[in-house]
Design a protein around this ligand. Structure first.
Ligand SMILES: [Zn+2]
Length: 329
């Protein structure tokens, strides 16, 4: 009799759980408050900076993607996949992230590893990968000598092999072994990149404080590009500050995936190191408060660029609208 009651109870529990998952899905927020950041943490440090360095930032969009409900719950609309080209008067063209690959435009999601296909939906179009767009706009990929990756997820490394003359830079803690297994979602492509262009790691061990961050590195030694130790989104993930003539911009990579992410405490299931992700988020929130003039470009979103920013060139603005990537095109 008692056994029967237990069986009934277990059965009821399963039905209730089943109904719960049916109506609510499998997503549970990963709410992490993280440490509070003090205003005292803000410093511009002693980075050398030569005002005569006139950088220009070129912004491209290479497609849109959407993470599954399983990873991000309801906050998962289609989002852009931007990439950046910095024009430096001394060092020439420097790329930050290379976006989605042309393969996705040709064969859609099938271009991606089967597990990646389950977790992301992705759209691109023929000729709209970064090297093709750059070539068309006379920023030649073969003239690029440095490519900096915020991290090695598939939507940040597409067609990186087109930058044949470039040295590739990643954050110090990037685990290339993990990346060439499944962590990067494109294990074979990353293994090939590593073979052809061994990644150089940005060493943060002697990093200095800058803005609201504890460890940054002045990449070129002239204060123009400052790499920020992130490690929230993924081991080794980074962002960069770029000191443009009309003001600083912060390209955050997926340390800030989108602006919604800054508004909530949910670091979602897309952060490899959730506690660190919450700390970085809090540091960026404080930065926003103290320096609203710094323009933040998240990994998958666009800020409103003031019209007077002649130091920022938005290439093909029509591609910055989701409808440009519709399946009917
Ligand atoms: Zn991404």
């Amino acid at each position: 009799m008692f056994k029967k009651k237990i069986t009934k109870f277990v059965l009821l529990l399963f039905i209730l759980l089943g109904l719960f998952f049916f109506f609510h899905g499998f997503y549970f927020p990963v709410n992490i408050k993280g440490p509070s950041i003090s205003k005292k943490d803000y410093t511009l440090g002693k980075m050398p900076f030569n005002d005569s360095i006139k950088l220009k930032l070129h912004v491209f969009n290479t497609g849109i993607n959407k993470v599954s409900y399983l990873l991000a719950g309801n906050v998962n609309p289609w989002r852009p996949v931007p990439t950046f080209v910095i024009e430096h008067p001394k060092y020439g063209l420097i790329v930050f992230d290379t976006g989605l690959s042309a393969k996705i435009a040709l064969i859609g999601n099938k271009a991606l590893h089967p597990i990646t296909r389950m977790l992301f939906d992705t759209r691109s179009l023929k000729g709209k990968d970064l090297p093709s767009q750059m070539q068309r706009d006379s920023l030649f990929p073969t003239k690029v000598h440095r490519v900096i990756f915020s991290h090695l997820h598939f939507d940040h490394i597409g067609n990186a092999d087109a930058f044949t003359n470039a040295t590739f830079y990643v954050g110090q803690d990037t685990d290339l072994e993990d990346m060439t297994r499944m962590e990067g979602f494109e294990p074979d492509f990353i293994a090939q990149l590593e073979k052809d262009h061994p990644f150089k790691k940005i060493d943060f061990s002697k990093g200095k404080p800058f803005a609201t961050f504890k460890k940054v590195v002045d990449l070129l030694g002239d204060g123009s590009i400052i790499a920020v130790w992130g490690n929230g989104h993924l081991d080794g993930s980074i962002g960069i500050f770029v000191r443009l003539p009309k003001g600083i911009v912060f390209l955050t990579g997926d340390e800030v995936v989108h602006f919604d992410w800054l508004k909530s405490n949910d670091v979602q299931r897309i952060s490899k190191n959730p506690k660190r992700a919450a700390e970085v988020r809090n540091r960026i929130r404080m930065l926003e408060k103290l320096r609203p003039d710094i323009l933040i470009f998240p990994g998958h979103d666009f800020p409103k660029v003031p019209v007077n920013r002649t130091d920022i060139v938005i290439h093909h603005p029509e591609l910055f609208k989701n409808k440009a990537w519709s399946l009917n095109n």
